[in-house]
Design a protein around this ligand. Sequence first.
Ligand SMILES: [Ca+2]
Ligand SMILES: [Ca+2]
Length: 191
Amino acid sequence: MNSHLHRALRAQRLRAQETSGSSLIEVLVAVAVTMVGFLAFGRSMTESLQLGEQNRQIGLATAAAQRAVEELYAADFAQVFALYNAEPSDDPDGSGTGPGAQFVAEGLEGANGADALGTISFPVAANAPGELREDLNLAKFQPFDVDLDGVTDANDHSADYQVLPVRVQIQWMDGRAQRELTVETILGRKQ
Ligand SMILES: [Ca+2]
Ligand SMILES: [Ca+2]
């Protein structure tokens, strides 16, 4: 074999190597692009699943709050405060017989794997849940003239209220995040 032919063959081999080298890079790039595509797809799937799960939880919390508000509206207005406050001793049918201030929010998880709870609140002091007050803060309802005499005082109005501000709050766990849904309304005597 003369040296001329030898050089030509070597040059051809080099070209062949270059060709296979560049096509390997092309394949790698194509694989990388595909993987990025898969990752993006996977992430958007996860995100939309998370969003769907969040919407499901909000739906359950809303339904639970709505059921509680409907129950409050359906109760005897003169007794609704005694029935649903956090003071068992004033329950109309005997101490501890009323539904009280807490209820289970169906389908939602609470802290430590327990059922999620809903809480019914009225304008009361923390140490006197059986005294309905006009001068205490309940979110947007402060101060609130519950006996409608035109004066906001510091007396107990559990026996003479004419309107009743109430807050229903659902608290649940979404993984490690705590979520909350609040509904505030005013109950009145049915006409
Ligand atoms: Ca009670
Ligand atoms: Ca008043």
